[in-house]
Design a protein around this ligand. Structure first.
Ligand code: ZN
Ligand code: ZN
Length: 344
């Protein structure tokens, strides 16, 4: 029997349709990344001149910017969707509203190794990558015109990656994106009604139920959300309350790296190298908001950051686009069981 499930944080409904129950072998194996040629890759060490000047890098002592010796490197996107130089203004176009494309669009080159991807990173390599995410969020939040910073990754062509060399992206926007705004207002609503953080409750419930748990260590939990919109969706979140990803401590970064690495290894093994996206939802930085003076009040208590992994193994069709409901042919309980039990 299919079931409609409510995703409280995103205020959306998914239709979990187990009549069509699709198991891992029902999804075609992916060959991505295909054999690509490092000699044509702009992210190779020694080819730093092919990308714009680096913004930030983790490098060996004594090496200069824009030269080899880096472990993770951040450069401006060559084809940015948002730019710091663009006007941060809103204006009218006839009867319509529009805004200048102010913001920032950065590319994080996750590794100097053309053939290495996060599922085969060491914990130290994953920690380095998360460290760079954290530093960039901190730095961009320092610009008061920036209202939100989204860290995300596209892996595989179907997930939007145009280059095979492992990279992530960071987009800073002059507005709080709609989905993040929904998470803020839903979390605030729950906190005002119950006096507790929504995700802290959800985490407690999932740890107790165990059926949707994929992996946990002392500080982080990975589970398949109850109202997952796609098969094998996973949420990684601190088991303790924390609103702002940019405040993760160095020791927690290491444990977060362990959890993310395990989640991606399990996904790789279970679905045989599927394309996926992940993104981080963290509390937006406190900014003046004259129309909603209470917007940020208590946000560090009611907002709980998380990283969402969304495999791209299904296609959203007319019903999804037209209704906003999303049909998920694999129950999160089945997905979690496969992910939990897969041998690495
Ligand atoms: Zn490369
Ligand atoms: Zn919490």
């Amino acid at each position: 029997m299919s079931e409609l499930r409510y995703n409280y944080l995103w205020d959306t409904w998914s239709v979990v349709a187990p009549e069509r129950e699709r198991r891992p072998h029902d999804f075609p194996p992916h060959t991505y990344p295909s054999k690509s040629d490092p000699s044509k890759c702009p992210f190779e060490p020694g080819k730093e001149y092919l990308a714009p000047h680096e913004i930030f890098a983790l490098r060996e002592p004594g090496t200069a910017p824009d030269t080899p010796g880096w472990r993770v490197r951040v450069v401006p996107n060559k084809y940015p969707a948002f730019r710091i130089e663009n006007p941060n203004t809103r204006y009218r176009v006839g009867i319509y509203d529009a805004a200048g494309g102010f913001g920032a669009h950065e590319v994080v080159i996750d590794t100097p190794d053309h053939f290495k991807h996060p599922h085969n990173f060491t914990v130290e390599e994953m920690r380095d990558l998360l460290f760079v995410y954290r530093e960039r969020v901190r730095s961009l939040y320092g610009d008061s015109r920036i209202k939100y910073v989204l860290v995300f990754k596209n892996y595989g062509r179907e997930a939007g990656a145009s280059l095979t060399h492992s990279h992530s992206q960071i987009i800073a926007t002059p507005q709080i994106p709609k989905l993040v705004d929904t998470v803020v207002s839903q979390s605030r609503k729950f906190f005002r009604e119950k006096g507790r953080c929504y995700l802290c409750d959800e985490i407690g419930y999932e740890l107790n139920e165990t059926v949707r748990v994929v992996y946990e260590n002392e500080r982080f939990l990975v589970y398949c959300p109850f109202a997952s919109i796609v098969p094998f969706q996973m949420r990684l979140t601190p088991k303790f309350h924390q609103s702002d990803f940019s405040k993760v401590s160095d020791s927690d970064l290491y444990l977060m790296a362990d959890a993310l690495r395990m989640a991606l290894r399990k996904l790789y093994k279970t679905l045989v190298n599927p394309p996926y996206n992940f993104f981080i939802h963290t509390a937006p930085p406190v900014r003046p908001f004259p129309e909603k003076p209470d917007y940020f009040s208590g946000i560090d208590q009611f907002f709980h950051w998380y990283l969402e992994i969304v495999p791209r193994v299904t296609v959203q069709a007319g019903f999804e686009l037209g209704s906003g409901y999303i049909i998920n042919p694999t129950t999160p309980e089945t997905a979690a069981r496969f992910l939990r039990e897969v041998l690495l």
